[in-house]
Design a protein around this ligand. Sequence first.
Ligand SMILES: Nc1ncnc2c1ncn2[C@@H]1O[C@H](COP(=O)(O)OP(=O)(O)OP(=O)(O)O)[C@@H](O)[C@H]1O
Length: 351
Amino acid sequence: MIRFDGAAKRHPDGTIAVEGLDLDVPAGRITVLVGPSGCGKTTILRMVNRMVEPTAGRVLLDGTDVARLEAAKLRRGIGYVIQQAGLFPHRRVIDNIATVPYLLGWDRKKARARAAELLELVGLAPETAKRYPFQLSGGQQQRVGVARALAADPPVLLMDEPFSAVDPVVRAGLQEELLRLQGELNKTVLFVTHDIEEAVRLGDQVVVLREHGRIAQLADPHTLLTAPADESVAAFLGRDRGLRGLGLRPAADVAVRPIDDGTRHGSWELALDDGGRPTGWLDHDRPTEVHPAPAFHPGTDTLRTALDATVLSPAGIAVAVDAEGRATGTVSREAVLAALSEERPVSARGR
Ligand SMILES: Nc1ncnc2c1ncn2[C@@H]1O[C@H](COP(=O)(O)OP(=O)(O)OP(=O)(O)O)[C@@H](O)[C@H]1O
């Protein structure tokens, strides 16, 4: 467990980044810090691995004041993931991932074998190992960043806006991946974001901060959305709290138009293969071009995924598919938004 015990940071120029924080970050859970720019999120995170030294108070890691631990050694036991991954550009992916094992003195073969395992764990193809970071997409780079942070199997993971530089759909994929990984690994995760939706999606507990690192509310996502502590938290959650529930509501809430009712939507035709799986959208006015057909799983996805799929679809229509990938129906953006505006309690994320 990580405990902030009156931890404060005042900079030499007099700026108070964090006034005095008391917070427990439970072991094996994801705690998300969320709040407006400049409220002290990064400062709080960096106090844990001593990239920032508190000017008052303490940070305890499993009961030990981190100030008493050697910084380099402390950091090797804490995974750290930052925005845009921060990979070494001149090192291949495999060696980027093996950075900490090398530092720990593992032999090259063992370090690389571990890195290859992690590559698979974060969902990257084995051939990615030999590439350089610039040869990867933003989302792939973030996966490498996560793999690198996990390489020495640290019990604690600090993540500072790790997914904010990628587009919403890639981001949703990375979030899902993190939840899947966490289901297996049970790390103590401290995660910083300024996006409340990301916070409620990932957090077992969410800490809403205001200026100087003051806690406005600490709650599980469900409580936060249904019972904001005060007006300022409610305002931060967004005026339309329904929209913020997108990522918590099951996609099953949306009315699907059965595939048997037809595959034509205006000038767009949904093409299916022999097995009934969508292969793309065809534009009747330009029939030679095939456009991608984003899909979602009504049984397991959220309304957020369904909405993303409609937004990315050239036809403005998302395809509902079953577990085998066969199209069962279609939904429009309006249908997703209509489902959202129906009065239903927001359900907390289940694992
Ligand atoms: N070296 C420094 N000297 C003076 N002030 C600083 C220094 N580093 C950070 N600050 C100030 O401390 C406050 C908290 O900064 P911090 O980076 O922790 O905020 P944040 O919530 O992570 O912001 P963002 O979401 O924009 O990254 C800000 O007002 C910032 O300007």
